[in-house]
Ligand binder design. Structure first.
Ligand code: BTN
Length: 252
């Protein structure tokens, strides 16, 4: 279950059968000033959102679908690297269940055995200069049903296939045990507190990769992330860093 640190930080826990998107619900609550410290789980989303405008398929009983809302005093610059740190928090949560072969794919996918186990979507609200708020959305594949997975457009893996018997409710609670303290302490601790762990879990370290952006593709060797969480690629002997947003990374 929830540990005492998480219980102190959690203001409200909402569990829904069906919503459009837990991220959308939490963003709406943050705008009404009642989203801070709120976690929402849904059994099913009718309009689940993924990164870069994609949708996230979340059929009934298919996985863990979670959003957490958090309000910060101060601007958005203090959140640099947060999405990567969320990946580390999820890896720690999975570590408590001894899930093997967990890796992170920049910026914030959780992979296992070369396929995607969980995706993270951070959405911001607020004026971003004096105050900002974030919704951390996590979708984790566990117990997906065969009839529902045809539409998934990338290589994925189900937690049950690598680590059978993990209780979904316990894992959901342990995810909150890691995510809530992360959000609470992030303005002081920053990405520096997570970088080494991120690097140790880097799915692509030292491998040839291709970074796809709207303007062009970059081919190079993955060389980890810098202290801000930007991806570092070695391209023709030169190091270049890339920030998140509208780019995607793949194995070359
Ligand atoms: C991605 O890998 O593209 C990110 C997927 C994030 C999906 C989660 S499911 C819970 C939350 N609500 C949403 O609408 N999206 C996120």
């Amino acid at each position: 279950g929830l540990d005492s640190a998480a219980r102190n930080l959690l203001r409200e826990l909402l569990v829904r059968d069906e919503v459009d998107s837990t991220n959308a619900r939490l963003l709406a609550r943050l705008e009404e000033n009642r989203g801070h410290g709120v976690a929402m789980f849904a059994e099913r989303q009718t309009a689940g959102r993924g990164r870069r405008g994609r949708s996230w398929i979340s059929p009934f009983g298919g996985g863990i679908t979670l959003s957490v809302g958090w309000q910060f005093s101060g601007g958005v610059q203090q959140l640099e690297g947060l999405s990567l740190a969320v990946g580390v928090a999820l890896a720690r949560a999975l570590g408590e269940f001894n899930v093997p072969d967990v890796r992170l794919k920049w910026p914030n996918d959780v992979w296992c055995r070369g396929r995607k186990l969980a995706g993270v979507l951070l959405e911001l609200s607020g004026d971003l200069t004096d105050r900002c708020a974030v919704v951390v959305g996590v979708g984790l594949n566990v117990g997906l049903r065969a009839e529902n997975v045809e539409a998934i457009d990338q290589p994925w893996i189900d937690l049950n296939s690598v680590c059978p018997g993990v209780d979904r409710n316990r894992l959901a609670a342990v995810m909150l045990n890691h995510l809530l303290p992360l959000l609470h302490t992030y303005p002081e601790r920053g990405f520096a507190a997570y970088r080494n762990e991120w690097l140790a879990l880097d799915q692509f370290a030292g491998q040839p990769v291709r970074l796809v952006s709207a303007s062009r593709d970059w081919c190079g060797t993955a060389a980890g992330v810098d202290e801000t969480g930007a991806l570092v690629l070695e391209v023709d002997g030169e190091r270049r860093s890339f920030h998140g947003g509208e780019v995607s990374l793949r194995r070359e």
